[in-house]
Design a protein around this ligand. Structure first.
Ligand code: PMP
Length: 311
């Protein structure tokens, strides 16, 4: 049964949402020194169960982000996966839900260093109902943003750093204020990096092409999922390499993908229709496969799902 007030995991325990508060002096609030994940849990009515999608891969990436930022996560991967299944159960979720784990610098001090003599990091986790992050049914109209993606030697895109999302926020808000659904950002060298919070695929001559990991992308879990499904289920070739801006305009199909966005067809870029401006067959097939996999519809991929479990 849904509970009136959700619980949040903070400081080693579940507490009611209204009591999950942190100090204004918190280092990560002052300097953005936190790393996070976005994980989705799906309600599967036929099984009366919530399933967390690829939790282990998300937490592996969270620990990589911690390594880059010199953060020490107080709990291990297994425990984080368990807590994710537990919070969904505790909050009585019976609809698609977004999970937001964060490892953050708790220190209450002035000064940006990550390695002050005393430093303390913590893990927190909250959940929020989420369906339809973007309305993706008809295909998106996106722009190429005038904001550039942060470089690996600035704030590494490979780490999901809270502070780096200022870059995302600028690109996303300027795009929506200009009437677009989302933005595609270029790396500082002018190559295509990714969407505001999604990875990108171009379809050309029946092949999938996606910016390589050296294009300052987040190494997306949906991206990896799409690559695997495209190769195994659709028999498509996938190429990861630098992608030019004009390859977007000449693509046969184009789509964005991410945990919240899922698989989102892009039908126009910078007021140019992609091919005939309708959603293409490969995008449609990938989108449908993804929707099946996350809802336990394909037996070969059930190992990607963790059922919600009561404590
Ligand atoms: N790029 C960025 C910048 C993102 O924030 C996200 C969302 N986490 C993605 C790509 C997609 O990654 P994933 O598929 O792991 O959600």
């Amino acid at each position: 049964q849904p509970v009136s007030e959700p619980v949040v995991y903070l400081n080693g325990q579940f507490v009611p949402d209204s009591q999950a508060n942190i100090s204004v002096r918190t280092h990560s609030f002052l300097y953005g020194t936190a790393v996070f994940e976005g994980i989705k849990a799906y309600w599967v009515p036929e099984r009366e169960t919530m399933f967390v999608f690829r939790a282990e891969e998300h937490y592996r990436r969270l620990l990589q982000s911690c390594r880059i930022l010199r953060l020490t996560c107080p709990i291990g991967l297994r425990r984080m996966v368990e807590l994710s299944a537990e919070i969904v159960a505790r909050n009585g979720c019976r609809q698609d839900t977004y999970l937001r784990p964060i490892v953050y610098k708790v220190d209450r001090r002035i000064g940006p260093s990550l390695v002050a003599p005393q430093t303390e990091d913590d893990f927190l986790l909250f959940s929020a109902p989420m369906s339809g992050y973007l309305d993706t049914e008809k295909g998106l109209h996106v722009c190429v943003s005038s904001w550039r993606r942060l470089d690996d030697n600035m704030i590494p895109a490979r780490a999901k750093v809270n502070g780096a999302y200022v870059n995302t926020a600028l690109a996303k808000s300027d795009a929506t204020l200009a009437g677009f659904d989302d933005a595609i950002v270029l790396s500082d060298d002018g190559h295509v990096s990714e969407g505001s919070a999604m990875n990108l695929f171009v379809v050309r001559d029946g092949r999938l092409i996606t910016p390589s990991v050296s294009s300052n992308i987040l190494e997306g879990i949906t991206r990896a999922t799409v690559i695997e499904l495209a190769q195994k289920e659709l028999g498509l070739a996938v190429e990861a390499r630098p992608v030019d801006r004009t390859e977007l305009y000449t693509a046969d199909e184009l789509f964005l993908c991410g945990t919240a966005t899922e698989v989102a067809p892009v039908t126009r870029v910078d007021h140019r229709a992609i091919a005939d401006g309708s959603v293409g067959p490969i995008t449609r097939a990938v989108r449908q496969l993804y929707a099946q996999v996350v809802r336990a519809g394909l037996p070969d991929y059930l190992h990607w799902l963790t059922p919600a479990t009561a404590p």
